[in-house]
Design a protein around this ligand. Structure first.
Ligand SMILES: CCCCCC/C=C/CC(=O)SCCNC(=O)CCNC(=O)[C@H](O)C(C)(C)COP(=O)(O)OP(=O)(O)OC[C@H]1O[C@@H](n2cnc3c(N)ncnc32)[C@H](O)[C@@H]1OP(=O)(O)O
Length: 719
């Protein structure tokens, strides 16, 4: 787990060896302890280089070991021994030095990094802090403000930035280990007193309390209830105000609270869930490791509205040649300007050249004859999309993959319009498409393994977290969201206000409450869909009660607001009021409260007191119940898929893992009991009826989330 050799006569070389990222498992830590002892005890060795096998220094502590009984040598004394060594210790950093990996490097006397290496202390993203001395050494090395930035955000820095900050001593474009060995030879025998970071005083900051308080306030605002960023500030403050040994005590104390917290469990689950979804498998038996994606030389986007433009930008930024098509020259030119602006802004931010030359613009569908993949992003209208699919099917070369960007339309219906339905998949992007990380890749019963693999790989290339999901109304994300927003409206009917509901949701950790999101995205979008579905507007069958549609409870509140022209931010009025159309700051609206009172009076509803707990239970448990139904239906392969969709696409607080993980944290019995309670109170809301899988899991003793797949498999085999 750590190999030892002597090279260039007097350099001891320690190579961490634990593929794929050389994580510091118990065996690796033991290997380091043993090989360091060997190197220090070998009189021939005058200096030591520590590197990692296969081009990566170290991805940090082995996250799989967290939550289990820790065995093997602990990191802190191991790093302390390295720092106290009387022979120069040099870290040769290639690939990544993250978390415990960087802490190990900070224990060394020198650090040489390859120019492509990335360094960071991302523990905060796992609900932890750098507790192997990282929170105490980094501020001593680079100063408190820079350390606060790196430790509270967990961001990775490039080798160039690391050099500028003073984290590394040298950056090389050549073989890193060779450079480190050369360096180690040059420093052999030199005094090390000035190289032990733990002995450095923390660089002076004029008002450390004010600085830390300022950062604390920022962190509190952006953390949405996450505790690790706050502990990170406290740990760095200890480095700035206490001697090293006392700072280490504080680091340990803070870590002890985080290490066993539910938030750390949720964040670590989320880390693995994000990776698990890339290993997709679908009911046809096709899977990630047996399906070969199609090479993409040229792709196309049809329809350059908001979504089409964002998708074009994401494709061009991923380095793909894109041809875009709009119906009219005027719209095409408008879109070209907007796309170019977006690319220019993105390039400026990243300090690179804008990939403007990757995109060509056309009004002629015939220009798509030679593309390998098309993403159709026209208006969300089935008739229009079908027409486009028929045209594409006639124009494109055989084998071209046809993808539709839709937020919920039936992908199978569209596939039926194509000559090759096996080459059709849905690609549900989230707005703004060049920014949002989530992509739902929607497969149908006929989609070929290659089509799914290609869309998944394309998503990855665009930097997205792609999740393969089955075809159903709203797919996974929007299908669940519908139940959440529906409950929110019911709560208004029963006595809540948008302010109260949003406050409860934001306190839970969502960046924005349900009504603020609705105002932001525009109430008219859902209204148009409900009118098409004949749930709203003039086409509603006469004689139907306003509050019942298709035999179940329906809230017409959003429709009524739309009838008044209250579409949200864009009209300056919605569930809230704004200072002007397009205004961003939501203010409570007395008109709305009065409107709700009148509505209740009109329908004989008596307002009752609703507390935050009920808001959360009604909105979140209804959504979670639908998540279980989605698993039951086989639309998502496992709870991780749903959780990743919610964390990356819907603002679910990552430190709560995702809706399915959260239900396990709450306790499945409790979720079941509360759903039963609410279903009894609202029998006209069938979605509150606890579904079979939830009942089955509770009957099986509520196994942890990673065991659910077995229960789901059994359930499917009985159907
Ligand atoms: C009181 C107790 C004191 C305890 C002290 C504990 C101290 C903790 C400090 C830490 O070090 S916490 C860990 C900090 N490190 C990280 O957060 C890094 C996590 N990893 C990454 O960011 C990336 O994996 C990477 C290193 C940048 C590589 O990215 P790449 O895209 O190349 O590969 P992935 O698909 O992400 O990963 C490949 C494979 O490796 C698994 N893995 C990655 N890192 C770890 C890890 N630190 N521990 C265990 N496993 C890891 C990952 O899950 C993938 O596995 P798969 O099975 O192939 O999906």
């Amino acid at each position: 787990m750590a190999q030892y050799s002597r090279i260039s006569g007097s350099v001891g070389l320690i190579t961490l060896s634990n593929p794929p990222v050389n994580a510091l498992s118990a065996a690796v830590r033991q290997g380091i302890v043993d090989t360091v002892e060997k190197a220090l005890g070998d009189p021939q060795v005058k200096s030591v280089v520590i590197c990692g096998q296969d081009g990566i220094f170290c991805g940090g502590a082995d996250i799989k070991e967290f939550g289990k009984n820790m065995s093997g040598p602990p990191l802190i004394p191991m790093i302390h021994t390295i720092e106290c060594a009387t022979k120069p210790m040099v870290a040769a950093i290639e690939g990544s030095a993250l978390g415990g990996g960087l802490e190990l490097a900070l224990g060394c006397h020198y650090r040489i990094a390859h120019s492509k290496a990335r360094l960071g202390l991302p523990e905060v993203t796992l609900g932890l802090l750098p507790a192997a001395g990282g929170s105490q050494r980094l501020p001593r090395l680079i100063g408190v403000p820079a350390a606060l930035d790196l430790i509270t955000t967990g961001r990775h820095v490039t080798a160039a930035e690391a050099l500028q900050l003073g984290i590394v001593d040298q950056v090389t474009d050549h073989a890193t280990v060779d450079a480190a060995v050369k360096f180690a030879l040059s420093v052999a025998g030199k005094p090390l007193d000035t190289r032990r970071i733990s002995t450095y005083p923390c660089p002076h900051v004029s008002d450390v309390d004010a600085l830390c308080e300022n950062v604390m306030q920022k962190v509190r605002k952006s953390a949405h209830g996450a505790i690790a960023p706050i502990a990170c500030v406290q740990a760095v403050r200890a480095a700035a105000t206490l001697p090293y040994t006392q700072g280490m005590e504080r680091e340990k104390e803070l870590m002890a609270t985080l290490y066993t917290s539910g938030q750390a469990r949720a964040l670590q689950y989320s880390f693995f869930a994000q990776r698990a979804v890339s290993k997709w498998r679908i009911p046809s038996g096709a899977r990630w490791d047996t399906s070969t994606p199609r090479p993409l030389h040229k792709v196309a986007v049809i329809g350059l509205g908001t979504m089409g433009r964002g998708i074009t930008v994401a494709l061009a930024q991923a380095g793909l040649p894109v041809i875009t098509v709009e119906t009219h020259e005027k719209q095409l030119m408008e879109a070209k300007r907007a796309v170019s602006d977006m690319l220019n802004r993105g390039a400026k931010r990243r300090g690179v050249a804008p990939p403007l030359d990757k995109i060509s613009y056309s009004c002629n569908l015939q220009d798509l004859a030679d593309v390998d993949l098309v993403i159709e992003a026209v208006f969300e209208d089935m008739t229009l999309k079908k027409k486009v699919f028929r045209q594409l099917s006639a124009v494109c070369k055989p084998g071209t993959l046809l993808c539709t960007n839709t937020s919920g339309l039936d992908v199978d219906q569209l596939a039926s319009q194509s000559r090759n339905p096996e080459l059709v998949v849905g690609m549900h992007f989230f707005a703004p498409a060049h920014v949002m990380k989530l992509l739902e890749v929607v497969y149908g019963p006929q989609s070929s393994p290659q089509a799914v693999a290609t869309a998944m790989q394309l998503g990855k290339k665009m930097g997205k977290v792609s999740v393969a999901v089955g075809n159903c109304r709203g797919f996974v994300g929007n299908r669940m969201l519908k139940l959440y927003t529906e409950q929110a409206s019911f709560l208004l009917e029963e006595g809540a206000t948008p302010d109260l509901v949003d406050q409860a949701i934001e306190e839970f950790g969502f960046p924005m409450g349900v009504f603020k999101v609705s105002d932001l995205s525009g109430l008219d979008v859902g209204w148009r869909i409900r009118k098409e579905e004949k749930l709203a507007g003039l086409s509603v069958a006469s004689g139907q009660s306003t509050r019942i549609r298709e035999g179940r409870r329906y809230s017409p509140l959003a429709d009524l607001l739309c009838e008044q022209g209250r579409f949200g931010q864009k009209t300056g009025r919605g569930w809230y009021q704004y200072d002007k159309p397009g205004g961003r700051v939501a203010r409570s609206d007395p008109w709305l409260h009065h409107f709700l009172e009148e509505y209740r009076a009109q329908h004989g509803l008596v307002a009752r007191h609703i507390d935050h707990q009920e808001v959360l239970e009604r909105c979140l448990y209804a959504m979670i119940n639908e998540g279980f139904r989605i698993l039951e239906d086989g639309i998502a392969a496992g709870p991780e898929d749903i959780d990743v969709i919610y964390v990356f696409g819907y603002g679910w607080p990552r430190h709560r893992g995702g809706p399915m993980f959260y239900s396990g944290m709450v306790g499945l019995e409790k979720v079941l009991e509360r759903l039963e309670h609410y279903y009894q109170a609202h029998p006209d809301v069938p979605h509150l009826q606890p579904c079979r899988l939830l009942r089955r899991l509770v009957a099986r003793g509520s196994p942890p989330v990673h065991k659910w797949r077995e229960v789901i498999k059994n359930l499917h085999s009985q159907l």
